[in-house]
Unconditional design. Structure first.
Length: 116
């Protein structure tokens, strides 16, 4: 699938078979809305999905407002994506600072500066 700057609305769902916790990624009006939990069980799929998008686009905005749970593995994966995008001169926004769960985990890893 070739990523284009103008995309139709889509939903990607990643399910952790061990505990059936789903991570849902919705593309809506230029923003990838992340719903559910990001943790060590689904981070690899999440990271791979966004690595492909970084390679194929000029700008990515990820919303973490609807995250229910996040661990430090997920935060470090997002930091990796942020670094990859900026090193490739891509625009990469991570919004969701108002979500206390997200902000707390990012702060614990000293990475809250990348949150908007």
């Amino acid at each position: 699938m070739v990523f284009k700057e103008i995309m139709i609305k889509f939903t990607l769902q990643l399910t952790n078979k061990a505990n059936n916790m789903a991570l849902q990624i919705k593309y809506n009006l230029g923003v990838f809305e992340i719903n559910g939990s990001i943790n060590s069980q689904n981070t690899k799929s999440f990271r791979k999905h966004f690595e492909t998008l970084i390679d194929q686009s000029k700008s990515i905005t990820i919303s973490l407002y609807k995250i229910k749970e996040m661990d430090n593995v997920a935060v470090n994966a997002i930091a990796y994506l942020y670094k990859k995008a900026t090193e490739s001169n891509k625009i990469f926004y991570i919004i969701g600072k108002q979500n206390q769960k997200v902000n707390s985990v990012f702060s614990g890893e000293n990475l809250n500066y990348i949150l908007k």
